[in-house]
Design a protein around this ligand. Structure first.
Ligand code: SF4
Length: 647
């Protein structure tokens, strides 16, 4: 095969067996790679009643067909599983070097199921895949684990592993990739439940290209765009996602409000972070290099370095929790990488706890003496440790925002702003809220939302209209959401980064050279030798998205869950009803355009057949009805493991 390596590794940890399979041409063309291949594997293998933390859950890693090539920004992989945080599809896209090295290790996808009898790690090389004992790594943080594995397998290896949070089944534990990237949605807890500490890849296989000359020419054009583009050079490369602190309206104190540019504390603005910067870095073959390298200047972690402090870390652990101290934010970001915690749900869950504390719904007695006042950074940092180790009140926080809200009662739940368990705050009904509501992994900013208004590429919408890609009517929000979802799906499936500033130009190579998906189609054709077109890519994006919807429908998700959270402090009952009615109108339109039942939001049998998903459509429709989704299946708090080395 060209582009793809043709090899899929299938690991059953319960029997400690590794099976090498072949990627079929049909599957590769239909689902491309990355998120597409993973979503297909999850639909096929995870039955509706599976507990995410049981051996039956499946964990997949897949780079894309463009990963490992000379095309920039393609060292990206998708990690997908049934999320223990939300109880529905959970995937995370991560950078650093792993995707590139995994292709060099000759693998398009690793599928892991079962539970090992004792801690182990997986080593993948071009010739082999084997399981090794990891007892000596258990209890250690992700940074130390990575160093130890690189010392053993060479510095050219790449490591995806878990820290103590994954071992302790913290429901928003991440898989940490090469120390500083995080594959979210609870994938770390799934690895912990499987007793798998790490996946190590190493290899020097070259990805074969069908038409290397054309591919080189197209990749050079793409590179040229980034070298010339003012915004990429002066904003993305210089500030990365910190840029968002002045432009993206970060949440404040559990989304009580979104900060206008003038309201962001000066010490948290993009330029202010330069004070701590000691270098810039980037994933594999990326010329943008959007990530900062920083040094903590004082406090208990003085002198410690960290990388890739994102806008999300600053606002989720900072402003949204009422903390505006940059040093505390850097400390918590590093703790997230060491323990293997996703800082977005960590921050959201702490923000909810602090909100409840301020309202007197959560007391100091319940927190075990922690003072969760908004400005108290020291106790918040302590809570991060306790959460990773599942100690004290941290054991409740480790359940995540939705489950913690339920434990604390109905009064607490009023302030738990979520869509399918994930939070981005209570946006008013409209385009952003619609994109959050329809996202197939719960509310988030990388499924469509960031692109929906076109705020990152202000010239794009007029260009899309002029080229006939978008409706001439700029007020057609539903089309814009669908288009942005397709862009994200394709980027996640071919192995391309969506960029530091979540831009179409990053996500879709050559978007400004050719009609929207044509540049990508040319690149894929040159890489693989197959014929891709605008139409075939739109179909692939819709096929993948529809299958994800179908997966969630089998977990009990219906239109009732494609809802938007509203803040009771800001909306009276009448206003809330108006907001909901406006949202329902948009949703109905969305369902109709997407071939989903306008009442239930579930993909119709006919639409699934049209997309080549006939047998999946039959399974979805013949095996129901499914019990309604209410969140991840709860465990008694005493049933979790706890402890490990304190960072
Ligand atoms: S833009 Fe940033 S996140 Fe994306 S590939 Fe480049 S360095 Fe990685």
């Amino acid at each position: 095969m060209h582009g793809w390596t043709g090899r899929i590794l299938d690991i059953d940890l319960s029997t400690m067996t590794v099976r090498t399979g072949e990627l079929s041409r049909e599957l590769a063309i239909a689902f491309l790679g990355g998120r597409g291949l993973n979503s297909k594997a999850l639909f096929d293998r995870v039955s509706p009643g599976t507990d995410p933390l049981s051996p039956e859950n499946v964990y997949c890693i897949a780079p894309g067909p463009l990963s490992g090539t000379i095309l920039g920004m393609t060292s990206r992989m998708e990690v997908s599983t049934l999320s223990p945080y939300s109880g529905i599809l959970g995937d995370g896209n991560a950078g650093e070097r792993f995707a590139t090295v995994m292709k060099r290790a000759r693998a398009d996808q690793i599928i892991i199921t079962g539970r090992a009898p004792k801690p182990c790690y997986l080593l993948v090389t071009p010739e082999n895949a084997e399981l090794h004992d990891a007892s000596h790594l258990w209890g250690k943080g992700a940074w130390e684990t990575t160093d130890l594995l690189l010392a053993r397998h060479g510095q050219k290896a790449s490591v995806a592993c878990i820290g103590q949070a994954g071992e302790n089944l913290v429901r928003f534990a991440s898989t940490i990739v090469d120390k500083y990237a995080s594959a979210a949605r609870g994938s770390g807890a799934v690895l912990g439940s499987k007793n798998l500490k790490a996946v190590v890849v190493v290899g020097n296989h070259t990805v074969s290209l069908a038409d290397p000359e054309t591919f080189r020419e197209l990749a050079a054009l793409d590179r040229e765009f980034f070298a010339r583009d003012e915004f990429q050079r002066n904003v993305a490369a210089k500030y990365g996602s910190h840029h968002g602190m002045s432009d993206w309206r970060p949440g404040f104190r559990n989304y009580t409000k979104y900060l206008e540019p003038g309201e962001v504390p000066p010490q948290l603005r993009p330029e202010a972070w330069k004070k701590y910067e000691i270098g810039r870095t980037g994933c594999g073959n990326c010329s943008v290099r959007c990530k900062n390298v920083y040094e903590i200047p004082d406090g208990p972690r003085k002198g410690e370095h960290g990388e890739a402090l994102e806008y999300e870390s600053i606002f989720c652990m900072g402003t949204n929790c009422g903390v505006c101290d940059p040093v505390a934010i850097m400390e918590m970001s590093n703790l997230g990488d060491i323990y293997g915690l996703d800082v977005i749900p960590l921050g959201n869950t702490i923000a909810l706890a602090k909100d409840l504390f301020a309202r007197g719904i959560l007391t100091r007695e319940q927190t075990g003496g922690l003072d969760l006042s908004w400005e108290n950074a020291a106790d918040q940092i302590e809570l991060v440790h306790l959460t990773a180790l599942r100690e004290g009140f941290g054991n409740i926080l480790a359940e995540g925002m939705l489950s913690m809200g339920k434990i604390l009662g109905p009064e607490a739940m009023q302030y738990c702003y979520h869509v399918k368990g994930l939070s981005r705050g209570p946006y008013p009904a409209g385009l952003f809220a619609l994109a959050h509501a329809t996202s197939t992994r719960g509310a988030d900013h990388l499924r469509g939302r960031s692109w929906a208004y076109g705020e990152n590429d202000p010239d794009l919408y007029p260009w899309l209209q002029a080229s006939g890609t978008m409706h001439a009517d700029m007020d057609d929000p539903v089309q814009a959401v669908i288009l942005s979802e397709r862009v994200c799906t394709l980027a996640d499936s071919v192995g391309r980064c969506k960029g530091a500033v979540n831009s179409w130009a990053n996500a879709l190579p050559l978007a400004f050279k050719h009609p929207l998906f044509e540049g990508l189609a040319r690149l894929l054709s040159a890489a693989t030798g197959e014929t891709f077109s605008e139409k075939s890519l739109v179909d692939a994006a819709d096929r993948i998205y529809t299958l994800e919807k179908a997966f969630n429908a089998r977990r009990g998700i219906t239109s009732a869950h494609d809802s938007i959270p509203l803040n009771p402090d800001h909306h009276g009952p009448e206003e809330m009803e108006k907001e909901r009615a406006r949202h329902r109108d948009l949703l109905r339109r969305y369902y109709a355009l997407q071939g989903q039942d306008t009442q239930t939001g579930i993909p119709t049998r006919e639409r699934m057949e049209e997309l080549g998903l006939g047998s999946e459509g039959s399974r979805l429709h013949d095996e129901g009805p499914y019990p309604e989704w209410t969140g991840p299946p709860p465990w008694p708090l005493h049933a979790y493991p706890h402890g490990g080395q304190r960072a």
